[in-house]
Design a protein around this ligand. Structure first.
Ligand code: NOJ
Length: 739
């Protein structure tokens, strides 16, 4: 439609119709399938609002979306098509590893492909907007939603933001992409104490430095939509934060797209104590430039009153509706309301062999080898008797909580993957995933009967344990497949205990006493506390929720078809009491290492180390690349020059490897206290067996600045440290002066 026609359409619409465009409802209102997660209280809206609704949440599938579209267009006076938006977070039907695993690949090109193929599947199924990427910087593993984020580093997350947004959107012109709605703006990952939906309170410098860059990168990459956070930031709920949405997002970053509230978050302004009632909440949200009200009655019931009683100029509504209509027009929905979707295309697109292959490759690169004593891995199926034990051995639930369209039945279990190497592998369940009834109840999805099924009776549990121990006794190597329940991580999955469930720990104990080689596979949506396990097992692979091809990818790593190359993007704590813990923390006056003080009075714990168990950037491979000859081409740099940093990598092993070379810096003296290290750049390079390679980086002085407490970017001259290494802890170091 031409812009003039679109304007005519807007002029011709009644106020009710316009308001309808700003309302989003989920499938249950349209007699369609609905996989939304969220409170489902009755909204108190009229059928008229349902008929005029501008967008639909989480209805998916070519047939279902077509049915809803046909009906909605028929009842809408101007036959305006609805937009279908959905949670396509790390895959649609072909599921990739959870974003924390995607992050661990340090491979934005691959991640871009994952998002492009997810968009292809989703668009074939009638979805036009994906609620991703989730770009909240995460510092606290207690928070369940760390699963959805690429990790704790603002620079790395910004690179992924660009890859993810363009992955989704590059195919839009051919109707093979979907529009990207990044989220949750802003700072949701900073929830106090890691408790879900809790408040966020942080300095402006911290916000600009650590939390905003990834969202800004999404805007720069052209994301069409932004979703606000359910939380408050420095006292103001993000959903109605004029400073955040108008001054930062719209004015400073020039974001022209649609802003949508998160599920019911306009209504929740009342619970926040920020608005008196639905109408007040609607007024506060629209005045903050909020366009679409997801799943709340506020816009539907409040906006008209505001216009009628003169509190809101209809022009404001027009501006907002214009943004919604413009996206519909940009996607050519007025000409093709199905956006190229069809049952035939969907059949061809979803779970194609090519997509499975990509998912497998990404899962291989996402797996992080945390430990490999005496090179117990890779396994040698011809020489060793290998057993597979643990509740995740045969489990197909490897997708993680936010793969809402993925189906466990389509995923490859660990047993199935391993069988490709050892067709007659012996398997024992050993124990349940979890036996804590109270926690299973709190997950909120299971009926009493389901929980009864999930927790085996005591006698069966004992028998499972005995069978596992007896199988382990007959073996040389035991692969233990353990982990969290899929619903323990993800939204509303905050926990205070980050260890594996007690029943799994006690099985590990029993098996570790048999003197066999033990390889532990961990399926989890977050960093766990592994401190009490590391001495009981030989090797540990952090597999995350690895996605549809998880079992195959894990097997390929176990048997050496793939060399592990994943590196953590979130710190693994030594103890839960250290949370939040992250590598780029501020310098303190009494650091635990190199302090002028000795003994008690340093920044430490008296019952645990201050350092994490595994730092950011950490991961092992079957080779051990050596780093040497760190060189800076200048000792003194002026602002119009560039600094060249080089390092030599030597691979003496018989493994071809992919090494993620990480470059960090530290600003030694500044007008604001600075982080001990900040990631500046990285390269994932291939180093063939028995070879060496020089890797170089170019640094521009502009990259070395920081944000002050007015949100201004400042660069100060002085001394800087450069660190290059295999992770944020083990680095070579050199100093230079910016003058
Ligand atoms: C709530 C979640 O916070 C958000 O991430 C998601 O996109 C919406 N619900 C829609 O399902």
């Amino acid at each position: 439609m031409k812009e003039t026609e679109l304007k005519e359409l807007l002029n011709d619409m009644s106020l009710d119709e316009k308001i309808g465009q700003l309302v989003q409802l989920s499938g249950e209102f349209f007699q369609a399938n609905d996989i939304s997660y969220g409170p489902r209280e009755k909204l108190g809206i009229t059928q008229k609002t349902v008929d005029l609704t501008g967008s639909v949440l989480n209805v998916a599938g070519a047939e279902a979306t077509r049915k809803v579209q046909d009906h909605q267009m028929a009842v809408q006076p101007h036959h305006i098509p609805v937009l279908f938006m959905s949670d396509v977070i790390y895959g649609y039907k072909t599921i990739y590893p959870i974003p924390l695993g995607l992050g661990a690949t340090w491979n934005p090109d691959l991640v871009k492909k994952a998002f492009a193929t997810a968009a292809d599947e989703a668009s074939s199924a009638g979805i036009q907007v994906g609620y991703a990427p989730m770009l909240d910087t995460v510092h606290d593993a207690r928070w369940g939603r760390v699963l959805e984020s690429p990790g704790e580093d603002p620079r790395l997350n910004s690179i992924y933001a660009q890859a993810m947004v363009t992955g989704f959107q590059d195919g839009l012109k051919d109707k093979k992409g979907i529009a990207s709605c990044f989220k949750h703006f802003a700072g949701y990952g900073g929830v106090e104490a890691g408790r879900e939906y809790n408040s966020v309170d942080m300095s402006i410098s911290n916000l600009y430095q650590n939390y905003l860059p990834a969202y800004k990168a999404a805007v720069k990459a052209g994301a069409k939509m932004a979703m606000t956070s359910l939380t408050s930031l420095n006292g103001v709920p993000s959903t109605a934060d004029q400073w955040l949405l108008k001054d930062v997002l719209r004015k400073a970053w020039r974001f022209k797209g649609i802003i949508i509230s998160d599920y019911a978050s306009i209504y929740e302004l009342i619970k926040h104590g920020f608005a008196t009632d639905e109408t007040d909440a609607a007024e506060k949200a629209i005045n903050a430039s909020m366009d679409i009200d997801m799943k709340s009655p506020c816009y539907a019931n409040g906006l008209k009153k505001l216009v009628t009683n003169g509190k809101l100029d209809e022009k404001k509504i027009d501006e907002t509706v214009w943004r919604v209509l413009s996206l519909k027009n940009e996607l050519h929905l007025f000409e093709d309301p199905y956006f190229g979707s069809s049952v035939e295309r969907e059949k061809k697109s979803v779970l194609s062999e090519e997509k499975r292959k990509l998912s497998r490759k990404i899962a291989e690169e996402a797996i992080v080898m945390l430990q490999n004593k005496d090179n117990v891995l890779p396994l040698k199926p011809r020489d060793e008797k290998i057993a597979l034990i643990g509740p995740y051995s045969t489990e197909h639930s490897l997708l993680g909580m936010w793969a809402v369209h993925g189906e466990p039945k389509d995923s490859i279990s660990i047993e199935e993957g391993i069988k490709k190497y050892i067709p007659n592998i012996k398997v024992a369940k050993g124990t349940d995933i979890g036996r804590n009834r109270k926690m299973l109840e709190k997950l909120g999805f299971f009926s009493k009967e389901q929980i009864d099924q999930m927790i085996s009776p005591e006698v069966i549990e004992q028998k499972n344990n005995e069978q596992a121990v007896s199988l382990a006794k007959q073996s040389d190597v035991v692969i233990l497949a353990m982990g969290e329940n899929a619903l323990e991580a993800g939204e509303a999955g905050a926990k205070t205990n980050l260890c594996l469930p007690q029943n799994q720990l006690s099985l590990i104990d029993k098996i570790s006493k048999l003197g066999k080689k033990v390889v532990l596979l961990i399926i989890s949506g977050r960093p766990l506390v592994l401190t009490n396990i590391v001495d009981k097992v030989d090797a540990i692979l952090e597999c995350w929720f690895p996605g549809t091809e998880g079992g195959n990818a894990i097997a390929n790593i176990l048997f050496g078809k793939a060399n592990p190359s994943g590196r953590l993007t979130m710190t693994f704590p030594y103890d839960v009491g250290q949370e939040p813990i992250y590598y780029n923390h501020m310098s303190t006056g009494r650091p635990v290492h190199n302090s002028q003080h000795v003994g008690r009075f340093v920044s430490k714990y008296i019952d645990a180390p201050a350092d994490p168990l595994y730092p950011f950037g950490y991961g092992l491979s079957y080779d051990q690349i050596k780093y040497s000859d760190l060189k800076l081409d200048k000792e003194k740099l002026s602002r119009n020059e560039e600094l060249n940093v080089s390092i030599k990598l030597t691979n003496d092993s018989n493994w071809d490897c992919k090494e993620t070379v990480q470059l960090y810096f530290h600003d030694k003296v500044a007008s604001l206290v600075q982080p001990v290290k900040r990631l500046l750049d990285f390269q994932k390079v291939e180093v063939p067996k028995n070879s060496s390679k020089e890797v170089t980086f170019m640094i521009k002085p502009q990259q070395l600045g920081f944000f002050d407490n007015h949100g201004q970017y400042v660069l100060e001259n002085g001394k800087f440290d450069i660190f290059v290494g295999r992770n944020s802890r083990d680095c070579l170091q050199k100093e230079f002066l910016l003058d």
